[in-house]
Design a protein around this ligand. Structure first.
Ligand SMILES: Cc1ncc(COP(=O)(O)O)c(C=O)c1O
Length: 422
């Protein structure tokens, strides 16, 4: 991929994704996971149709959390039966939309969530197969943004399920066929990955007899990869044998798919495929300090970091032209938004750059554009260029457009399931 040529042709800001990098990440991750195992691609990392389509062709199922992500998965060619809808706030509108689109698999977070899905499945005459999302009882050492082992909106506590299994057993058109144990994101340490999979498998081992036969245990993932920094995806050479050992101990039937095991990944699969190309709009001095102003900022990258949903964003901004021997100056690099939060680099040594020059942020194929504050201030979305190696396959941009009426015209104001939940 020639980033300079792409910027010259399509302008900046520009996200550039390379499908070859996605294939390489998928090959590496698959080789580090036990076989047989199912792999879900989490669309929240990057729902671009060509990215989703590539991962679908590589055999990934889709993990989605909204009507928009259901549409993105279907548009990319994913069969509705290969979509798993997860999220703590699955409203009646979202669930009924999913059912109408043919989605039949849900991750359930609570008895209310279960009864709502059951009610809507009954109304639509549809059988659904569900995983119970479980919050393990112990926190896992080494997890950064942890979603388990602590009070959490995600899933039901394992001890709650054990104490009151009748609330979680399903029935009618809902079959509980497994567990969903996603625990944390951006885990780069092999020991921490193993610790969470051991906790997950032990939790499944404990809850299996309470719930009946488990067809699938989704062990989560959270596989780490560099974000907006230079560097390569980590490789964990002994991850596969170590997970296999955990599974042989905790879930001995897994090799014969009793239960089948599954993993989820967004960041690892998509992160290294993307760069954000930024143009330098202005360079100026204010009270002795140098400021570089870019044509892109937290509206296009890093909004989620500001919300502490991602690690603090300190993008490595590489000068794409020759910068050998350039002097560096203490510099603050900002975006175009009218807020001091829109700062990529604060008073750090930075190569001297000039208006019109091109900079690139690497490793932003995951949690880039759609994890940002796209609507704030109304700047147009950056162009998104999808390449396969040196070949440009697609050039497009997102539009935030106003249309009459709600997203789903069939939606009603009230939650039709509420009466049956109390
Ligand atoms: C339930 C669930 N699955 C998968 C993911 C994707 O995680 P990652 O991008 O770290 O692979 C997330 C991220 O928050 C998640 O909440």
């Amino acid at each position: 991929m020639n980033l300079t040529a792409i910027a010259e042709q399509y302008g900046t800001p520009a996200y550039v994704y390379d499908l070859a990098a996605i294939r390489a990440a998928h090959t590496d991750l698959s080789a580090m996971l036990p076989g047989p195992a199912k792999l879900y691609y989490s669309l929240k990392a990057n729902p671009h149709p060509l990215v989703v389509g590539q991962l679908h062709r590589l055999g990934c199922h889709a993990e989605v959390s909204s009507a928009g992500e259901i549409d993105a998965a279907l548009a990319a060619g994913v069969d509705a039966h290969h979509i798993l809808l997860t999220a703590p706030g699955k409203s009646a509108a979202t669930v009924s939309y999913a059912l109408r689109q043919g989605v039949r698999r849900f991750s359930l977070d609570s008895p209310v969530d279960l009864r709502r899905v059951a009610w809507l499945a009954e109304q639509s005459g549809t059988d659904v197969r569900c995983l119970l999302r479980v919050n393990a009882d112990q926190p896992v050492a080494g997890l950064g943004l942890t979603m388990t082992g602590a009070p959490s909106a995600f899933g039901a506590d394992a001890s709650w399920i054990e104490a009151d299994p009748a609330q979680f057993r399903g029935g009618g058109r809902v079959r509980i066929e497994g567990l969903h144990l996603y625990m944390g994101t951006n885990i780069a340490d092999e020991d921490a990955l193993i610790a969470q999979f051991d906790t997950a498998a032990a939790t499944a081992q404990r809850l299996g007899p309470v719930l009946g036969e488990l067809i699938e245990v989704d062990l989560g993932g959270g596989f780490g990869a560099p974000y907006a920094q230079t560097g390569s995806r980590p490789l964990w050479p002994s991850l596969r044998p170590r997970i296999e050992q955990v599974l042989d101990t905790r879930l001995p039937g897994w090799r014969d798919a009793r239960p089948a095991v599954a993993f989820e990944s967004g960041r690892y699969l998509a992160g290294s495929s993307g760069s954000l190309l930024c143009g330098v709009v202005d360079v100026k001095t204010s009270k002795g300090k140098t400021f570089v102003v870019l044509d892109t900022g937290i509206n296009h990258l890093g909004g989620m970091a500001g919300l502490r949903r991602l690690p603090p964003l300190r993008p490595a901004l590489a000068v794409t032209g020759p910068d050998d021997g350039r002097p560096t100056t203490r510099t603050t690099v900002v975006g175009p938004l009218c807020t001091p939060l829109d700062t990529f680099v604060r008073d750090a040594d930075f190569p001297e750059v000039h208006p019109g020059e091109l900079l690139a942020v690497p490793n932003v194929g995951a949690y880039g554009l759609t994890a940002s504050l796209l609507g704030f201030l109304g700047h147009p979305a950056p162009v998104e260029v999808v390449c396969d190696g040196d070949t440009v396959l697609d050039v497009s941009h997102l539009v935030l457009a106003r249309e009459p009426g709600p997203y789903d015209p069939a939606v009603t104001a009230a939650d039709p399931a509420v009466g049956s939940l109390v």
